[in-house]
Design a protein around this ligand. Sequence first.
Ligand SMILES: [Zn+2]
Length: 487
Amino acid sequence: MKRALLSPVLALVLQAGAALGGVPAPATPRAQALWDAWPRARVSPPDPWALKHAGLRAAVDDLQTRHPGLFTIVEEGVSSEGRKIPLLRVGNGPKGVLLWSQMHGDEPTATAALLDVLNWFGANRSDPAVRELLSNLTLWIIPMLNPDGAERTQRRNAQEIDINRDALRLSSPEGRFLKAVRDRVKPVIGYNLHNQNPNLLAGQMGGQVAIALLSVPGDAALTETEGTRATKRLAVTVQRLLAPFAAGRISRYDMDYTARAFGDSMTRWGTATLLIETGGWAGPGEAERLVRLNFVALIGSLSAIADGSLEAVPSEDYARIPMNVREALFTLVLRHARLAGGRGLPPFTADLAFVVPGPFAGDSHHRREPAVVDVGDLAHAHGLTEVDATELFAVPWPNPPAGDWPSLKASLQAQGLAEVEEAALLAAVRALGTPAVARPGYEGPVLLYRPGAAGRLSLEGAILRGTLVGGRPAGTAGLPAPSAPRQ
Ligand SMILES: [Zn+2]
């Protein structure tokens, strides 16, 4: 296969965390054993977003057949649209732990991990550590609280209610079910399992957040109680378990106390709750790596509760986990381009940040399409892909033909715009009649030209749907094509 090579100035600096993240600590034997065990334990699908209500039911039935007596479906809630919401009971210990996943229908990573956790418990029931876990704890698991949202791959339920803001009013059947389960089984610990915006940094010096943790407060004053100390210890435990596999990628979730949210209410009601938010890991195998981290975090931290080792974990280390940093990590940042201003303005130097949305909304407004999200001096920001455009002229081109880079390039060539003088190019942009302005929300391509001899510009590539495209034939001077981010 002939590979396109990028010219030297389109230099890529891929820094998806590893470059920023620091040196991994050695894994504890428990963490390493769990990490190594996951490929064998895995029953979840390659794409957690493909797991819908029917698939979940089939997977739960299959686990019951594989591991008779491992768990019982003690009760089934009913969603707004009549889908059944199974509550599983595993173990028979004195300490109750309630785990619920996917109360936001488009946040399935932990749901997949819970299936793998159940299979691992089943396959290792004779192991003394697993016996200890299941005789000290009773796990109450709701793997998919919002099946109607999952069916639509949307955050909210079929009533368009955010269940995680319905803990007080309880207008949603899913919220009422969760509250009723809590009130009946009175677990001491809760695990509230979500996905967050994947484009966050773990502290200003950290990498892309893979897992964010929050010891959920029970009041606005963030009063420390025995319960919140326990969940701080749990967060520190998870951070330590995962540090070897996700150095610099574990953070603290940033959220104020929210009385109508479920985690906060659970803590207030007496079930101290740990929030686990799965983030992102740009590059191949992202979804699987994140499920694997959840698998290690869940079993490792539950084991620490069961064997009492949690008590020795210093809760004050929680404050040292770096915070989520928002608006500082983007899919792609184009640096120091000379940008055609549009609106008749002269060109100026600017950075451009692009975001390619993931498959879920997260906790901000959902962008459906890749778009420019910021323009100007973005020195504070990081790109999962960085493009140095110091010598390039960047031109928004909002009327592209449908299709990919070859069709865009062919169209520009046909219009005589592949090799062109700047004035003629800008005149062609004006003639489009569409304002060609790279502003937040702009979804069109940004063409990248290199100035040559006698003021001629030469088309070199483009940012198309948030991705760098283009290049020169193999054999000319240049850097290799974009590779996967370092793992
Ligand atoms: Zn969520």
